[in-house]
Design a protein around this ligand. Structure first.
Ligand SMILES: [Zn+2]
Ligand SMILES: [Zn+2]
Length: 196
């Protein structure tokens, strides 16, 4: 990593302290057991995998027609497909992640009817989101050190270089599997540019 690249790691600078702050606030204001809190946090992490899939498939690969939508989709994701190792296009912009966080939070508030519970679920989603950003960054910039990371790298690079209409999951292939876009990682598949 080159010096100066740290400024692109904005999601970590925002959501790590914000998540910690929100958890401290929720634990001071909520009367929930630690089991309940842990369950809500975990539910938030799992809910992230749905969001990751939904945004990637439904928004980032949306067949846009209007010039405005086209330029949004390009800046948000297609620029990353064009230049997968350009650090400027790796992390989601705060202008995308903040509005999504607000909608996600309101959705959980509508479901749970409790600010503190919705806040705990949101922090779980942020934890999942930061795992995603780290894994996606690692896929394109670091050599995999574990078997699982090697698998995720191949899985995601096949989305890049073989078929952009399948394998939308980055942190897990489970949602692809549930929704019919899962394809196995075949050992012989060629991966341009980034062998693992
Ligand atoms: Zn990628
Ligand atoms: Zn994509």
């Amino acid at each position: 990593m080159e010096s100066g690249d740290w400024r692109y790691f904005k999601p970590f600078f925002l959501y790590l302290p914000a998540g910690l702050g929100l958890l401290i606030w929720a634990s001071a204001h909520a009367s929930m057991s630690s089991w309940m809190g842990g369950g809500l946090f975990l539910a938030g992490m799992i809910s992230w995998t749905l969001l990751e899939y939904g945004i990637h498939r439904g928004l980032f690969h949306f067949p846009a027609r209007s010039p405005r939508m086209k330029s949004f989709v390009y800046a948000a994701h297609l620029a990353h497909h064009e230049n997968p190792t350009d650090i400027r296009h790796i992390f989601a912009g705060l202008s995308t992640s903040i509005p999504v966080s607000v909608v996600w939070f309101l959705l959980f508030w509508a479901l749970l009817r409790q600010w503190s519970s919705a806040a705990v679920v949101l922090t779980g989603s942020w934890a999942g989101y930061l795992c995603y950003e780290f894994i996606h960054y690692s896929i394109h910039f670091r050599a995999p050190r574990t078997r699982w990371m090697r698998y995720l790298k191949r899985y995601h690079l096949l989305h890049h270089y073989q078929d952009e209409t399948t394998r939308f999951g980055v942190t897990t292939p489970v949602i692809d599997w549930l929704l019919g876009t899962y394809r196995p990682v075949s050992a012989g598949a060629s991966l341009r540019a980034q062998p693992d």
